[in-house]
Design a binder for this molecule. Structure first.
Ligand code: AMP
Length: 284
């Protein structure tokens, strides 16, 4: 596996791959890799000749007071995992490499998409995400790029950016990978104490319960909202950040569940912020 930290070096590699008519699959990550990330790697390997994984903890998508400093970083372990997964290139630039001077140019996301759900309590988060992803698209020139449904709002925004700004990469959004107990895999799960982890399971429990309600014919968003809230508040260390029942493209609230409705939830368990979601189809 090639390991690059310099944009210029990966640029030479990408140019060569293109010259040899290889298709490139890109998996952008912040590292501390788990099976969720590896599911994206496998999808990329299935569809592309060359797989590039980026590991970059992007300061620009963290707000002041968030966990940028303590975000888990272990590039040695990530490198070993990616070697074993037969990844072709690990690109792990430094902050100075990606942002040598403070940027004068950002990718601005429309407030309707960026200021709801996670964006409501994380101002500037999606601007940071789109800006770094746009840079990675330009650096890696992927034919396909892979993102997880776990970050549902991010997936919607990235798809929209690729379309609006005519990036030539296709965007593939892969299902949420969970631990055996149902908790969605996340690098931030390592922050949870044993007791917090048990309480965190109520997030999955709540989503399963409302998915079942919808399957049994429930279409009223407010009843679904109340069910999720009722399950979550039964845990003493859980604080609800948001419960959103929205259209899975526009991210605007829906009163009645319809085709492709996103039910997304963010909670704090102690100090750890966790997100999870399910997409449901109401009866038409
Ligand atoms: P992160 O390193 O957390 O920024 O995630 C990098 C990519 O992996 C994003 O596209 C995430 O949505 C995706 N991802 C993270 N966790 C999971 C998971 N449990 N299942 C599927 N994809 C995931």
């Amino acid at each position: 596996m090639e390991f690059f930290t310099a944009i210029q070096d990966i640029g030479v590699y990408v140019k060569n791959a293109k010259r040899n008519c290889k298709t490139i699959g890109l998996v952008p990550t912040m590292g501390s890799l788990h099976e969720g990330h590896l599911s994206l790697v496998r999808a990329a390997a299935d569809e592309c000749d060359v797989v590039i994984v980026s590991v970059f903890v992007n300061k620009k998508q963290f707000s002041a007071g968030e966990d940028f400093d303590k975000y888990p970083r272990d590039i040695k372990r990530d490198r070993e995992i990616l070697e074993s997964a037969n990844v072709d290139v690990l690109f792990a630039p430094t902050n100075a490499e990606m942002y040598p001077d403070s940027l004068a140019t950002y990718v601005e996301v429309d407030a309707k998409l960026a200021n709801c759900l996670c964006g409501a309590t994380r101002p500037g988060h999606f601007r940071g995400v789109t800006t770094v992803v746009a840079k990675l698209f330009n650096i890696c020139q992927p034919d396909m790029s892979y993102f997880g449904q776990k970050d549902a709002q991010q997936a919607v925004i990235i798809k929209r950016m690729a379309c609006d700004l005519n990036f030539s990469t296709g965007i593939s959004v892969m299902p949420i990978i969970r631990d055996n107990d149902g908790l969605a895999m996340s690098s931030r799960n390592s922050y949870l104490s044993e007791n917090e982890r048990i309480q965190a399971l109520s997030l999955y429990k709540a989503l399963c319960a409302v998915k079942k309600m919808v399957e049994q014919g429930e279409v009223c968003s407010s009843r679904i909202f109340r069910k999720i809230k009722q399950i979550l508040i039964s845990e003493k260390d859980i604080k609800i950040d948001y419960i959103a029942i929205v259209d899975n493209e526009s991210l605007q609230p829906v009163e009645t569940i319809k085709e492709k409705t996103l039910i997304a939830v963010a909670i704090f368990v102690g100090n750890t912020r966790l997100i999870d979601n399910v997409v449901v189809d109401g009866e038409s």
